[in-house]
Design a protein around this ligand. Structure first.
Ligand SMILES: *[C@@H]1O[C@H](CO)[C@@H](O)[C@H](O)[C@H]1NC(C)=O
Ligand SMILES: *[C@@H]1O[C@H](CO)[C@@H](O)[C@H](O)[C@H]1NC(C)=O
Ligand SMILES: *[C@@H]1O[C@H](CO)[C@@H](O)[C@H](O)[C@H]1NC(C)=O
Ligand SMILES: *[C@@H]1O[C@H](CO)[C@@H](O)[C@H](O)[C@H]1NC(C)=O
Length: 396
């Protein structure tokens, strides 16, 4: 009864506050419902006398600089605070515990994540484009509700093996374009709910075996634009729900069983722009693979065993390699391929005997062979390919 009464009173109080919205709206800002928009107003400090009823405050694109203290007690309903594109140098201090759950500080000059303990409800923290250099065991020690964390475009080079341990609810973690080169074993051990991990554009050279083993819900991992030379055995072991693996633009030289082991749900693998010259296979571990991009590598030949166990493959990109030889029967076990890209290679043999080489490709819709060394194609030799299946055939 008492609780109901209190609820009623507080609801009324709230309604009255909202009714006063127009009147309370600070001069340079615009107010709509519980949304207070003070963006692009040339502010250089946190404005005073903001309405108590606001739930979202947008202070982005201003000139707020230095440090910032926010009196939480005055804004009890505030859940979303946008401070994007200012010149804030230290992480804002929330006096007393804040209700804020979405905090956007992207495009500022913050060097250190601190005093996060005053933000116990934080779910979404955007620190894209700041000047963070490290994450240690204390950084997120009280941030147990975080779901989305964006640390892209910082200067992070150093992180401790336990720094992410409290983030058991994290769903999305982005740390691309930093200076990471060594990922400590155990770094991800508590991130059981993580679905997306972006580690692109760093200086990573090695992936240690079992590094990701606890990420049982991960669906996408981005490791593009690193310097990875070595994927140790079991690099991706444990990623039982991983669907997309981005390894493009690294320094990898072979496809092997050792690192494909355990990728049972993989659908998409992009390993273009490496220096792959060997496929020692291992496709038996990822039989659901539907798209494989091996373009811009150094493959010289395809052997029959190279494409075994890829029965669900739809798209195969082999363009921009050094292919001069494809063993007869190589495509016998890839019946679902619809798109086969082989332009920019050294293929000349064809096409006389193409039938034998491509015979397994019963569902082929698009074959590209532009920029090879093919001198002529006898009409007869591609007859079987065209056969009213509407294949788009390009060649130079
Ligand atoms: C706010 O924090 C200060 C010290 O940081 C403390 O003295 C004060 O009691 C707190 N007020 C509330 C309402 O929690
Ligand atoms: C990395 O962090 C640890 C402890 O946090 C520190 O001892 C070490 O000096 C740091 N290394 C670099 C290169 O900053
Ligand atoms: C790639 O690996 C090779 C062989 O280890 C090495 O010589 C080369 O410097 C590496 N390239 C880059 C860009 O790190
Ligand atoms: C693979 O990655 C490269 C480089 O990021 C990109 O250009 C290409 O479109 C990707 N391939 C596929 C099939 O998505």
């Amino acid at each position: 009864m008492l609780i109901a009464y209190l609820l009623l009173v507080s609801t009324l109080f709230y309604e009255v506050l909202i009714c006063n919205a127009k009147k309370d709206c600070p001069k340079r800002c615009e107010c709509l419902g519980t949304y207070v928009d003070c963006s692009k107003t040339m502010l250089n400090t946190f404005p005073e006398g903001l309405p108590q009823w606001m739930e979202t405050l947008d202070l982005s694109v201003n000139k707020i600089d230095g440090s910032l203290a926010i009196d939480t007690n005055s804004y009890l309903f505030l859940t979303t605070l946008k401070l994007t594109k200012n010149s804030i140098a230290t992480f804002p201090i929330f006096v007393n515990r804040s209700t804020v759950s979405n905090l956007n500080l992207a495009h500022n000059k913050i060097e250190k994540l601190e005093a996060l303990e005053h933000l116990p409800n934080l779910k979404n923290l955007d620190m894209n484009k700041n000047k963070l250099t490290f994450l240690d065991d204390n950084t997120f020690s009280q941030s147990t509700h975080l779901k989305i964390l964006n640390l892209n475009n910082n200067l992070i080079s150093n992180l401790s093996a336990n720094c992410l341990d409290t983030l058991t609810h994290l769903v999305e973690l982005k740390i691309s374009h930093n200076k990471l080169n060594n990922l400590p074993v155990g770094l991800f051990k508590k991130l059981k709910n993580l679905e997306t991990l972006d580690l692109g554009r760093n200086h990573i050279t090695v992936i240690h075996g079992l590094l990701f083993k606890d990420l049982v819900n991960l669906k996408t991992i981005i490791l593009r634009q690193n310097l990875i030379e070595d994927l140790q055995d079991g690099s991706f072991y444990g990623l039982i729900h991983l669907q997309a693996l981005h390894l493009e633009d690294n320094n990898l030289s072979k496809i092997s069983k050792g690192w494909l082991y355990g990728l049972t749900s993989l659908i998409y693998l992009n390993i273009s722009y490496n220096r792959i010259d060997q496929i020692i296979s291992g496709w038996e571990y990822c039989e659901d693979l539907a798209e494989l991009d091996l373009s811009y590598n150094k493959l010289q030949y395809i052997e029959k065993s190279n494409l075994e166990n890829l029965r669900k493959l739809h798209k195969l990109h082999l363009n921009n390699n050094r292919l001069s030889f494809i063993e007869e029967g190589s495509f016998n076990n890839t019946p679902m391929i619809r798109t086969l890209q082989m332009d920019h290679n050294y293929l000349s043999w064809l096409i006389e005997d193409a039938k034998e080489t491509f015979i397994g490709l019963r569902n082929l819709k698009k074959l590209s062979l532009a920029n090879n060394k093919i001198l002529f194609i006898k009409k007869r030799s591609l007859y079987w390919l065209r056969q009213s299946r509407g294949i788009k055939f390009t060649s130079k």
